[in-house]
Unconditional design. Structure first.
Length: 273
């Protein structure tokens, strides 16, 4: 049996209980098993084989009911924030923002190795700073995907020495430049007499990919107009259709999933309202 399987970790906890309380090992095992919500130690040992992700077992052995929650432990969060600051220091220096903090953190995958006791988490997050209002805008956020590596030691989750590996990322300034380029391309296409799609228009407006915009193109749109029918703007409600990373991104940048579109937004779209 591996050193870091749930049952082995529980046995280690029971041995520590023996040292702390001066009781027999069998008493320690029964006591801790019952405190965890099991009828007895036998039931716990059976569950470790049949259902190692049982929430009672997870909480007793790993301190969390789901491995994805480990990243929100206080020590992990502080260390991850520091590691992000260190790894992104040069990129941060190219902005004029300060006070960067983790925002919109989402765990997309979790894999625990009972052989090594290492937990690998695939995450997406926004590393957000505060704009210096006295200086020209040069970006305030980084949108990242990364792998976070954690260890469970002495009842705590810890970031390993090489605990953060950033696999991809871009800044909001990068997205703005891409959005400007895509918008320019769409304007040129429209000027040649070819209307653009709703997804293309949303991609340009929101600074997202065409693929993500396709998922939003069926969102409900309402018109903000005067009694005489003069259109002031449009409101698009993205709440029912925005999911996953694009949802987190939009909330991080706009603070809402209800977005106001200009009065001429639909001028070049093939199927106007």
């Amino acid at each position: 049996m591996s050193d870091f399987s749930p049952l082995n970790i529980f046995k280690s906890q029971a041995k520590q209980f023996v040292r702390d309380q001066s009781v027999k090992l069998s008493v320690a095992q029964e006591t801790l098993a019952q405190e965890a919500g099991f009828a007895n130690y036998h039931e716990l040992s059976v569950i470790t084989e049949r259902n190692p992700m049982d929430s009672r077992l997870m909480l007793a052995v790993f301190g969390v009911k789901d491995f994805s929650h480990a990243i929100h432990e206080d020590d992990v969060y502080v260390d991850l924030d520091q590691e992000l600051e260190d790894q992104l220091s040069e990129a941060i220096a190219d902005t004029n923002a300060t006070g960067f903090t983790i925002d919109a953190l989402e765990v997309n995958a979790a894999e625990y190795s009972a052989a090594t006791g290492v937990l690998n988490l695939g995450v997406s997050l926004t590393y957000q700073g505060q704009q210096d209002q006295e200086r020209m805008y040069h970006g305030t956020a980084f949108f990242l995907t990364a792998t976070v590596e954690l260890l469970r030691r002495d009842g705590r989750w810890l970031l390993t020495a090489e605990g953060l590996s950033i696999s991809s990322g871009e800044s909001d300034a990068d997205r703005d430049r891409r959005s400007e380029w895509e918008h320019g391309a769409q304007v040129e296409e429209a000027e040649r007499g070819n209307g653009i799609t709703m997804a293309q228009a949303l991609a340009s407006e929101l600074g997202i990919s065409i693929e993500d915009a396709e998922l939003l193109s069926d969102a409900e749109v309402t018109t903000n107009e005067s009694d005489e029918g003069l259109v002031y703007s449009y409101w698009i409600n993205l709440e029912p259709v925005a999911e996953g990373k694009v949802r987190a991104d939009l909330l991080a940048r706009f603070g809402s999933l209800e977005y106001e579109l200009g009065p001429n937004f639909f001028d070049d779209i093939e199927n106007e309202l």
